[in-house]
Design a protein around this ligand. Structure first.
Ligand code: G16
Length: 544
């Protein structure tokens, strides 16, 4: 077949380093960028097959999100803007690791197993972040798409959620919105403007937000979006990429894990601040109190704010829709307790990775999902959206119900339902705070986080750790879970778990307890157990 000849010819220009094996991780492939040229080419090929199989446009985003500048990676986007179907992850790994001479047979295997019609047209949307390696790597993706005869549209520099949005718009024939960056800004900003129209007299101070752009794509795109906001929000952007390094001492992951303000931003008491990550699919908020003490409002606090707002609107609208919040093991114990016992909403816990949370959220009329690291969104079922729309158009209902239904409608439009989106989440949070007349301090006081600590441990092969129960318990190596259980027993209100990261070559350790000292000590002791029982490399973890 002529196309396979082209693939063979082109693949020589994107050779696989001998012996290199990479696994499809939490959000696709991720590694130092020097290892990724062949992966990008091959994911271009895979996207063409996926497009032929689904008869839809598929997306490929070149980004390593929260990882350091020297890394890169690739995220694949399925037809409705969701992450690549789990069943195709093994094909991705197989293609990525096939030796040069096995590539065509690997492609044929996928074609046969999936019953793909080779004559079907294929279309792939491609985007990239601001990393220096992203330009050549996205070209490698395009080479792969074209080698297998696929059509491509290169969106160039976009945030990851913007690319997810484009794919969904295209495959819904524009029902979800216009598949352009301009269309994205218009949809979100119009909905935001409508929503904040429900806020009574916000002062300029209340409208002001400091944004840490992590020196990445989010800063560029926020700057573009501001002009569409009609002064409903006043933003000062820090870490806009003009001097600092991507994600270095800044960005959502740094702020969440280090529990401190990023460099490059001056936080005065009373300032409301937020940080994006490197591809703008995560957001966390924070402020300094009058004693200059740092307060973090992470994904859990965001989920609480949004679900409270939605629950109140559903009650006001008189709509009986089932709302649930989906979290992971990283969710602070206080947040789960508050959601279940004070708000009385259903809470689900899944494995790390938005693909898992997204899937669980689809089971409800309104599924709010957030990882504690700030990655999340809200999903409305088709039936829920239809009910809200009907109510918003019903002329027989009273003003209060009408207002609530219209607000729910605008809320749906401000949200990017395809994936967690820092820009969209920021607009929704800002609108909720304005409508409720709530300060960031008041929001923070909804519940008090249990002190917690996250650490990383280097081991020779992180795959020796296997987990169960939504990653809350380790089943291997032998003795590790027992060791963790024994350590946890020695602290009050304590909880701890370990899991291999799917984006970095480390084992992650999480601990929470009644005091920061206890959380730090427990995290350190659990790190030592990982180091000793799971093949730690380098120096033994030191106390904090
Ligand atoms: C990705 C995933 C997130 C996950 C994070 C960390 O985020 O999309 O769902 O929480 O990796 O995963 P891990 O702990 O397995 O390294 P991002 O923002 O880096 O793409």
């Amino acid at each position: 077949m002529a196309q396979f000849e082209e693939v063979s010819k082109q693949s020589i220009l994107h050779p696989k380093p001998a012996g290199l094996a990479l696994q499809y991780g939490t959000a696709g492939f991720r590694s130092n960028s020097i290892h990724l040229d062949h992966i990008m080419f091959r994911m271009g090929l895979l996207a063409v097959l996926r497009s032929k199989k689904t008869k839809s446009t598929i997306g490929i985003m070149v980004t390593a999100s929260h990882n350091p500048e020297e890394d890169n990676g690739v995220k694949l986007v399925d037809p409705m803007g969701e992450m690549l179907a789990a069943t195709w992850e093994s094909y991705a790994t197989m293609l990525a690791n096939a030796e040069q001479e096995e590539l065509i047979s690997a492609l044929n295997e996928i074609i046969e197993k999936e019953g793909i019609d080779k004559s079907q047209e294929a279309s792939v949307f491609v985007g990239k972040d601001t990393r220096s390696s992203s330009a050549s790597l996205s070209q490698a993706v395009l080479d792969g798409v074209h080698a297998l005869g696929g059509h491509s549209k290169d969106y160039g520099l976009v945030t990851t959620p913007q690319l997810h949005y484009m794919v969904c718009c295209k495959n819904t024939q524009g029902k979800y919105g216009d598949a352009t960056v301009e269309g994205y800004y218009k949809k979100l900003c119009q909905a935001f403007t409508q929503l904040v129209g429900n806020a009574s007299n916000c002062t300029d101070d209340q409208k002001h937000l400091c944004v840490d752009g992590a020196n990445g794509i989010g800063a560029l795109k926020l700057r573009e979006m501001i002009s569409h906001l009609n002064k409903g929000l006043q933003v000062t952007i820090f870490n806009d990429g003009s001097k600092g390094k991507l994600n270095h001492q800044c960005g959502a992951d740094f702020v969440k894990v280090q529990q401190k303000t990023p460099t490059g931003i001056q936080v005065n008491p009373g300032d409301r601040c937020c940080s994006f990550d490197g591809d703008a699919d995560r957001i966390v908020y924070y402020f300094a109190d009058s004693q200059q003490v740092f307060h973090l409002l992470d994904g859990d606090k965001i989920a609480t704010l949004i679900s409270t707002f939605l629950k109140e609107l559903l009650i006001q609208a008189g709509l009986n829709l089932k709302i649930a919040v989906v979290q992971t093991a990283y969710a602070n114990g206080s947040s789960t307790d508050y959601l279940e016992n004070t708000m009385n909403v259903t809470v689900r816990c899944t494995k790390t990775g938005v693909k898992h949370l997204h899937h669980a959220a689809l089971e409800f009329d309104v599924g709010v999902y957030f990882e504690a690291n700030g990655h999340g969104t809200v999903l409305f079922s088709k039936a829920a959206e239809d009910k809200i729309q009907q109510l918003a158009q019903d002329s027989r209902i009273d003003d209060e119900r009408k207002r609530a239904a219209l607000m729910l409608q605008s809320t749906i439009n401000v949200i990017n339902q395809t994936v967690g989106d820092a820009l969209s989440d920021m607009l929704l949070i800002e609108a909720i705070l304005a409508i409720k007349g709530m300060t960031v301090e008041q929001w923070d006081r909804i519940y008090t986080d249990l002190p917690n600590r996250q650490l990383k441990v280097k081991v020779s092969d992180r795959r020796v750790i296997d987990t169960t129960d939504a990653e809350r318990r380790a089943v291997s190596p032998a003795g590790l879970q027992e060791a963790i259980d024994n350590l946890v027993k020695t602290y009050r209100k304590a909880r701890s778990f370990v899991r291999p990261s799917g984006t970095e070559d480390v084992v992650r350790v999480y601990a929470e307890a009644d005091t920061q000292e206890s959380a730090d000590a427990l995290a350190h002791e659990v790190s030592l157990a990982v180091y000793r029982l799971a093949g730690g490399v380098g120096e033994e973890p030191k106390p904090l």
